[in-house]
Design a protein. Sequence first.
Length: 494
Amino acid sequence: MNVVIYARYSSHNQTEQSIEGQIAICEEYAKRNNYTIVGTYIDRALTGTNDNRPQFKQMIEDSNKKYFNGVLVYQLDRFARNRYDSATYKSRLKKNDVRVFSAKENISEDASGILMESVLEGMAEYYSAELSQKVRRGMKINAEKCQHNGGIPALGYDVDKNKKYTINKEQANTVRKIFDMYINGNTMTDIIKYLNENNIKTSYNNQFNKNSIRRILLNKKYIGTYICGEIEISNGMPQIIDNETFNKAQEIMQINKKAPARAKSKAEYLLTTKLFCGHCKEMMVGVSGTSKTGKKHNYYSCNGTRKKVCDKKNISKDYIEDFVVNKTKEILTDDNINQIASSIVKVAEKEKSNDNIKRLQKELKDNEKQKENLFVSLKICEFDNVRKSIFEEINKMEEQRKQLEKEIAFEKLQHVNITFEEIVFFLKGIKEGNMTDIRYRKMLINTFIYKIYSYDNDIIIISTLGQKSYAKIPDIYELESSFMGNSGTPNVRH
């Protein structure tokens, strides 16, 4: 597995040597677990309240490139400043199939902490989805009125104060020129060359390319059709191109269109970063293959088997995911829901008073004591130059007090304020979810499953509740070599 190291130290109580120590321990951990380190991200001399971590943000961004599958930290407090941030950033990494590992902590945190983080992550996704639905409803209302729904309008159009489309005369002439050139035998390359040589820009103020030309030629807005999502309304906006010209352009595009490449199946592997081989403990990754009949098959494959150090058989994606989802749903009894909610509330309350807050509060108390001593000295001092120095020192202490109070307030804001009732409501909503909904299945697994170990015909599921369940499962392995592609090698999706 490819991993990157993330190391951080603050200016309060750590030194450059602590970075070297963190990296050394992470490298030892990677070596023991046969991980390949492909990069290192280091944030230096950042205070506890400064979340402007450029290297951390770059690492999160780089996870989109899919060249690493894990982030290795010395311990979890190096990854994020609090539980909420940890859940948020882990969720973003998880979407790119990247897992966070701690070199110094076997489970990284206690069971209730893991559970709290999982539920927070699930709730964040739940409320985000709910917000998206509200936004879509608002957009639909606008669409029914043929109003602009945000973003940059298509080339050739402006938007008035009532959110209605109007024609931008200069840009509309560009659109007409594009259609005129295309239906009169010019290629897209010819059109692009003409536009860019004349310094004519797209609606985004960029140079034209084949994609931007193609979007214009296919855009039914230019014949007056208002489009928003699945909503289409004829004569819903001003027309720039006549129907005959538009239809002719579509005919030419169909003639010039090359045979489409076979669409690739993009199956989503819900157990990525959670499913491990019971034999060699390597992570199992999603792979796909095509049978002789042309049917696509998806399954999980052990990384150890791919390295030829394990003989674990591939396991059917659909079967194992259905099995785990059904087993996971069994966790959500009323008693367990109440137990989960109580546990999370306790952890949240406990974390409101963390070590950093205690340190800051002690510094604030020391500050007040030092100021009192300075005021006493001021009263008994008879020398003006000394009194002036004392005044300056008092002013410095006052500035320090204000800064400490800000840092304490900031720390308190970072901690989760969540009620028992909110958690119960969320969990009962999960309990009643639609088993066929991919988002529901993802939330269920991400919230309640910590690790899964798959053996030949046995499975161990470790929940975020700290519970282990053992189950015998039927023969669910796909053994036919015909499931591989023509080259005999499956397509791997890490």
